[in-house]
Ligand binder design. Sequence first.
Ligand code: TNX
Length: 484
Amino acid sequence: MIPQPTAQQALPDQTFTLESDATIGLDDAAARAIADQLAVQLRRSTGFALPIQEGTGTIALSTKGAESLGAEGYELRADASGVVVTAATAEGLFRGVTTLRQLLPAKADADTTQDGPWEIAGTTISDAPRYSYRGVMLDVTRHFFTVDQVKHFIDLVSRYKINQLHLHLSDDQGWRIQVDSWPRLTEYGGSLQVGGGAGGSYTKDDYAEIVRYAGEHYMTVVPEIDTPGHTNAALASYPELNKGDVAPELYTETEVGFSSLAIDKDVTYEFLDEVFREVAEQTPGDLLHLGGDEAHSTEHGEYLTFVAKATELVVKNGKRVMGWHEVADGTLPAGSVVQYWGTEDPKAQVLAQRAVEQGATLVLSPANRSYLDMKYHAETPLGLDWAGLVSVEQSYSWNPATLIPNVPADAIAGVEAPLWTETLDDLAKVEFMVFPRLPGIAELGWSSEEALDWETYQERLAEEAPRWEVLGVNFYRAPEIDWR
Ligand code: TNX
């Protein structure tokens, strides 16, 4: 199982078997959608009717007497008489059902009827996450991904108890979210992508659908509008956002660090206020990511001015600030979240420490560990290697609590695995880079420190292969793993 639960005990001599007369019971109406999702999938693969009923059932989802389990914790018991998942909240039940799906045979995830038996070895599990932020980032700007593709991505990553979907929505190569007050951002700024092909963007309805679908999988969308660098698509769309009032051409290559909003113009902040307002209005989560990375074309003093003003606009529009670690050089509002993407670079570590001194919490995305776009080895056809080669072991074998020196454990909000898409123009390529590394980052975010062990993790990871085969996932068969 991945992530490894906090506590699990076998019930020897007991086996649960899902039979054709099984039912799904729930005692909390808030769990209805979760029961529906489970039933839809299991009906497909087992061919059983699996009616959903109020009260108990062969598989019972219950929120009775579970207050102590926290927002995401759950307990699960599978024995000869049935399966009971207990949690304080619908979210906790969802996490528990994620575990239940991993306990069932891989073929339970098939989309056509399979032969049983549908057995689970008797067990009791008690589980809760180590960190509250367990994220994945998808860069939809270097290459655009449609709503259906993002949904497929959500299906696959939510299986590992990932609860944050960071969408990188604007960059030099494309602006991907509709903003009514600045329509050329998508009409023109979203028209291309890396390589020069047609890009794309999300309408408000598209974005709402992504938010809804993520929510159904208990994932919160964290939208990123990258500023003041990584802004060529916006600068090309509106000349007034440029220092010299001249719009550059659209850009479809992969250099970074060449663009900057004009820092000393009022229109820049009118622009950001309206963009943040429209994005914030459509985002139920409380974080708005303003980027802040690699602003190599912004003079440093101007950068600090910008951070102060732009962060204020995020707060004004009702959200907490999230930003890449460079923003910690500036003054951050209370409650900010700083995303560390350094490697072992002391300068980046100092910025992380400065963030914590200002009261921010940290999300850890060390590029040499958690970047899903780094090549696995020198011959990997896809990906980049500026942060080194990132094998499955390299991506798993680190401890979030001790990654950055002199940072107290309670300053760590969690972990995130970013997927930049300069070299990835379709879902098969995305899947190849994400699997099998993402489950390891998910485990670092969820499982207790004592559970983290490369030797046993490898064996559990190998057991995911049949599941990915059933789901048709194009995962990389890393030779380090003894795949079944
Ligand atoms: C650095 S990491 C970037 C991105 C690139 C990525 C490629 C970070 C905050 N910025 O603009 O896509 O490297 O790995």
